[in-house]
Ligand binder design. Structure first.
Ligand code: FE2
Ligand code: FE2
Length: 148
């Protein structure tokens, strides 16, 4: 990812993942009646943070001159999540996806350090927030990233 275009693509993918997280947590809270009531509330409580992440990335993309619709993004994550049949399955699958995204964000922060500290700080804040999101799978279903 040594080019401005590469960074734009990376940010677009990240923005779309946040957007999918907003939709997925809202949908899951309304759908999985098998999940504990508190977990469904925890999912809903996370939605404003995912919206914040989306807004931070999109605002920075605008500052950098990257268009949100310049290129297509994959809807694979949504397809995977919407195929879940239980709250437990959803909880672990989205935690796995969020952890993957978090790791990619941490790598991006390392890459951007010294080059683009403003964008680096945005992805650092997001990576920090995502720790608690991923931890829901541990709290409710005993799943942690190092189990994969
Ligand atoms: Fe997020
Ligand atoms: Fe998240």
């Amino acid at each position: 990812m040594g080019t401005a275009e590469g960074l734009g693509d990376r940010m677009r993918t990240a923005a779309f993942a946040e957007r999918q997280a907003v939709a997925a947590f809202t949908w899951a809270a309304a759908t999985f009646s098998d999940a504990p009531e508190q977990l469904r509330q925890d999912w809903l409580n996370q939605v404003p943070e995912e919206e914040k992440h989306y807004g931070m990335i999109v605002a920075r993309m605008t500052e950098l001159g990257f268009g949100l619709d310049d290129r297509e993004v994959s809807r694979g994550l949504w397809d995977t999540l919407s195929a879940c049949t239980t709250g437990a399955e959803f909880c672990v699958k989205i935690a796995r996806a969020e952890e993957r995204g978090r790791q990619a964000g941490v790598q991006l922060v390392a890459y951007l350090k010294g080059k683009d500290p403003v964008t680096a700080a945005i992805f650092q804040e997001i990576a920090d927030d995502e720790v608690a999101h991923v931890a829901l799978a541990q709290t409710y279903y005993g799943w942690s990233p190092d189990q994969d």
